[in-house]
Design a protein around this ligand. Structure first.
Ligand code: SAH
Ligand code: SF4
Ligand code: F3S
Length: 447
């Protein structure tokens, strides 16, 4: 069957989390399967797809400007189209639907998070002159991972195990734009992992908004810890997963991490805040003490584990003392690194209605103090790794120096070391010889 997509060029602009990045891989896979060619720039593209994020306001407002600017970029001379086709998907597509085409007259296609698979059909209709195509569904009928994929690296892959989120943290829009949590069948996950291993993949990242609650919505009776075990039996060299919600982190999972050598010694465990009153207002459903107890258990079972986190400052009503509770928690845990955010009100969430909005200058001062503290800790943690021998998955040639390779350690830290490009995509042993502010230096240990 001939598709009008055949022979076109396209590019995808992706914002947001690992879910969106993975969805973009599926889109690339679908369009390539129809004979389109992925290119780097808008100038070369007949079709531009925006995969959008609305978790914070900044990304949101930027999108409208970016789509608007498309009309000033001329279409490539050889294009078979009379006009560049622009599509918006992802979380803003899901939330705003038809409002987007009203605000952006030259936008052709809008789709949401539940109907990735419809994009080729919507693009075809737009190309064939059937007018603007807006299709946003209330819930998913398919698990997007049954669609083809085009991955950036041949040696690392994302593998979605759940979609959606049931947690409704009071600040967060994700449950509204990704829907309720649904777990994929364990057999399907293991089969895909098996195919990935056979195709040469060395590292699989199991992804979901809250991987720890995997299986709770199904009658299969497979827990996340059990799933991790089954995936490792495919022979995969390294498994990562994210994101873990502290309230659902089980002893069984800690045990599996401690005893399964394929599981990377790294856990991203977003704490968000260090004050119990704020944690409760955020609807996180754990206390500071419960969180710290889990950290203690993890460190007792896996002494070399690296912990990372997400932190929000200036949540509505956050006092100076409550902010300092976040600082003291960060000091206590000593994370390898942290993503830090200023609270951003999202329409439709409970926190957006809460009183006590923090002034922007106060919020900025808080995040700066927090970042300075975390940078100091990161520097100390990295410096303490000198002399260790670690496994690194080689990702490419270093951006700074040509004879240097760059890889990722099990703790998910970048390490640069001397080496030849034929190690790219392989797991090598590296002795850590030094540390910069957020990367390590090392030397390859010959087997
Ligand atoms: N499911 C994941 C990812 C959620 S979004 C998780 O639970 O961790 C990633 C991070 O963005 C969150 O952990 C939180 O720190 C931050 N975030 C979410 N909504 C936000 C908001 N309204 N303002 C500021 N930061 C927010
Ligand atoms: Fe948002 Fe909370 Fe769900 Fe994470 S767990 S996606 S922060 S609602
Ligand atoms: Fe953003 Fe949607 Fe992910 S809002 S963080 S892309 S789930």
């Amino acid at each position: 069957m001939h598709s009008p997509i055949n022979g076109l060029t396209f590019c995808i602009h992706t914002f947001g989390c690992q879910m969106n990045k993975h969805d973009s891989e599926r889109i690339a896979g679908m369009l390539e399967a129809l004979g389109a060619l992925m290119v780097e720039t808008v100038e070369e593209s007949d079709v531009v797809v925006f995969m959008t994020c609305c978790v914070r306001e900044a990304a949101d407002t930027r999108l409208y400007g970016q789509v608007a600017s498309m009309k000033n970029i001329p279409l490539r001379a050889e294009s078979p189209l009379s006009k560049r086709v622009i599509a918006v998907g992802g979380c803003i597509g899901q939330r705003d639907g038809g409002k987007l085409t009203e605000a952006l007259p030259h936008l052709d296609v809008v789709f949401g998070t539940h109907n990735l698979g419809s994009l080729p059909r919507l693009l075809e209709a737009a190309i064939e002159g059937q007018g603007k195509q807006v299709e946003v569904l209330a819930a998913s009928s398919e698990f997007p991972t049954e669609l083809p994929t085009s991955r950036e690296h041949s040696w690392a892959a994302w593998l979605p195990i759940t979609i959606g989120c049931n947690n409704f943290c009071s600040y967060c829009i994700v449950p509204y734009v990704r829907g309720r949590e649904r777990s994929r069948r364990a057999d399907d996950i293991v089969r895909e992992a098996d195919e990935l291993v056979k195709s040469g993949v060395k590292e699989i990242m199991l992804i979901g908004q809250n991987v720890n609650s995997y299986g709770l919505d199904s009658d299969e009776g497979v827990s996340f810890a059990q799933l991790l075990h089954r995936v490792s039996q495919t022979g995969i060299e390294r498994i990562r997963f994210m994101t873990s919600h502290p309230k659902d982190l089980s002893d069984a999972l800690i045990d599996e991490m401690a005893h399964n050598p394929a599981v990377a010694p790294h856990l991203h465990l977003p704490v968000q805040a260090g004050s119990n009153r704020i944690l409760q207002a955020m609807n996180r459903r754990y206390t500071r003490e419960q969180y710290l107890e889990k950290v203690q258990k993890l460190r007792a079972a896996i002494p070399h584990i690296g912990l990372t986190t997400d932190l929000i400052v200036a949540f509505p009503g956050e006092t100076e003392a409550e902010f300092e509770d976040t600082l003291s928690l960060v000091e206590q845990v000593r994370y390898d690194s942290a993503y830090t955010f200023i609270y951003s009100p999202r329409k439709g969430t409970r926190a957006a209605e809460m009183p006590g909005r923090i002034a922007p200058d106060v919020a900025s001062a808080r995040i700066e103090r927090l970042i300075a503290l975390q940078e100091k800790i990161t520097g100390e943690v990295l410096a303490s790794m000198r002399g260790e021998i670690v496994q690194a998955l080689v990702e490419g040639v270093s951006r700074r120096r040509e004879n240097q390779l760059t890889g990722k350690t099990g703790r998910n830290i970048n390490v640069n070391f001397n080496g030849a490009p034929d190690d790219i995509g392989k797991m090598v042993r590296v002795r850590i010889t030094g540390a910069g502010s957020n990367t390590l230096r090392g030397e390859k240990v010959e087997e």
